[in-house]
Design a protein around this ligand. Structure first.
Ligand code: UN1
Length: 491
């Protein structure tokens, strides 16, 4: 098989670019999945100019016509899900089932936002002045930069690009360096679906500095970013300085609280899925388990049994249930955090088997972790979960809330009052009862509180808030006419 040479998409052309870099498989660094160009200043400027030039035409295209293109792209991705999902697994390292599932999820997101193009685009209001009509209408923001991470290399481009396009914006997509091939497939589907030239531009480039360059030069009106807190806050600062609209989805330190009355088998299953699927590389991953009272012992045993059953291996082998991390540097970072936790008094209760080759890190369950330990406070972004004991529900919720993030949280209980107390008191943008912390339905708002986001929410109907701006219209000096003014004397 020859290695594909990826191209930028700028205006109406696939642009070969220069300075190619290898896109390596994390499961086997000798496997080069694709050769990727690296955009220089000229490519970035050309992409920005193409997006700006396409804006008048695309923003006046009817919403329904825009939706039809998104529908077609959705259908194409459903058709291509197996092939795209396989490439996703090869370059990102998640399992084949996860790769195919994520591609279908991206297709579902495209379909959802295609449907949103027939939603109401404004509201009518009563005026205090006779002969005046008041309404609001939604207009696109302009050129939107989508800066997306490698851990959901097609779902997150979809959940930024689909609403941006549906609401009439043009887009500059800068995907993460580690997952260019999947981003290429995503853009290919939209181009094949008939998206006009320049409406969506794709550039491969190093680092989020690209986003800052676009912001600083006034190329973009809005930037939507998912990724690390450090990079996100930097982008936010430049967006504020340049008066660009900005939306951030950042980290998490998500906890599952387990009450003594919980279905322990289900809790353990959801904890292992939440902590270990995608090797824990999700901002929604379960990273802490807060075990109330007597739940700790049985829970630890049930978790250990499930972790032992994980099958690490080649992500494209259908039998594999546990893949590698994104690269060797990630393995080193996670191993360093585990070693530091052990030095601080934590004990490795469970460690899974992994192959000797590739960027694998074992699934780890830690015991003896205190709520304020670094491993219980900092985002790991790897297959590590810490069990923290709590005396009662009150203490459990305090521990749950005692981190600087607030993305997703869950409680396992059979008691309605316990569930209600948690739902109301949990400082998180998303709460689950008897479910895993990860996962998101495309028609629901997604986002975190505290350090996890910029307050904004993605997906669902609320996505319209970020990707549009409201225009308020006063139509004045009209005839003052009422519905009964010209009524016959009797009916
Ligand atoms: C999920 O839990 O399925 O980058 C989605 C992330 C999140 C998306 C999580 N923004 O991990």
């Amino acid at each position: 098989m020859t290695t594909p040479q990826l191209t930028h998409r700028i205006g109406d052309a696939w642009v070969a670019g220069t300075a190619h870099q290898p896109d390596r498989s994390p499961a086997d660094p000798d496997v080069i999945v694709a050769e990727v160009p690296v955009a220089g200043r000229a490519d970035l400027d050309a992409a920005a100019a193409a997006a700006r030039a396409a804006l008048p035409g695309w923003s006046r295209t009817t919403a329904v016509a825009r939706g039809e293109i998104l529908f077609r792209a959705s259908a194409l991705l459903f058709e291509r899900a197996e092939a795209v999902g396989r490439d996703l697994a090869r370059e990102e390292g998640k399992t084949l089932a996860e790769g195919i599932g994520e591609t279908r999820r991206a297709a579902t997101i495209l379909r959802y936002f295609a449907g949103r193009t027939s939603e109401p685009i404004g509201e009518q209001y009563a005026s205090a002045t006779p002969g005046t009509r008041l309404w609001t209408t939604r207009e696109p923001v302009g050129v939107v930069a989508a800066v997306t991470p490698w851990n959901f290399p097609i779902a997150i481009p979809a959940w930024k690009v689909a609403p941006a396009l549906a609401y009439g914006n043009t887009v500059l997509l800068k995907p993460a360096g580690a997952t260019p091939l999947t981003a290429h497939h995503f853009v290919q589907a939209l181009v094949d679906a008939g998206l006009p030239a320049g409406v969506l531009n794709l550039v491969f480039a190093d680092g989020a500095a690209v986003g800052e360059a676009w912001i600083a030069s006034g190329a973009v009106d809005a930037v939507s970013f998912t990724g690390s807190e450090t990079v996100g806050r930097r982008l936010q600062a430049s967006a504020v300085a340049a008066h660009a609209k900005v939306q951030l989805e950042l980290g998490g330190k998500n906890a599952v609280v387990v009450a003594p009355d919980a279905d322990i088998a289900r809790a353990a299953e959801m904890i292992v899925r939440g902590a270990m699927a995608s090797a824990g590389q999700k901002c929604t991953a379960t990273s802490r388990v807060i075990a109330i009272g007597s739940s700790a012992g049985p829970l630890r045993a049930a978790i250990a049994e499930r972790v032992a059953a994980l099958r690490a291996g080649d992500p494209t082998d259908p039998a594999t249930t546990f893949g590698p991390l994104i690269d060797a540097a990630a393995v080193e970072r996670v191993a360093g955090m585990v070693a530091a936790a052990e030095a601080a008094g934590a004990r490795v209760a469970v460690r899974s088997e992994i192959p000797g080759r590739g960027a694998f890190h074992p699934a780890i369950v830690l015991d003896g972790v205190t709520p304020d330990a670094a491993i219980a406070q900092d985002e790991v972004f790897g297959p590590v979960v810490a069990i923290i004991p709590a005396a009662d529900l009150d203490e459990a919720i305090r521990i749950h809330n005692g981190v600087r993030y607030g993305l997703s949280g869950s409680i396992f209980t059979r008691d309605l009052a316990t569930a209600e107390t948690f739902v109301a008191a949990a400082r998180a943008g998303i709460v689950h009862v008897n479910g895993e912390t990860a996962g998101a339905e495309p028609h629901l708002p997604f986002g975190g509180t505290k350090g996890s986001s910029s307050w904004s929410r993605e997906q669902g109907a609320v996505a319209q808030e970020f990707y549009t701006q409201t225009k308020t219209v006063y139509l004045e000096g009209l005839p003052v006419v009422g519905p009964f003014d010209r009524e016959p004397a009797s009916r």
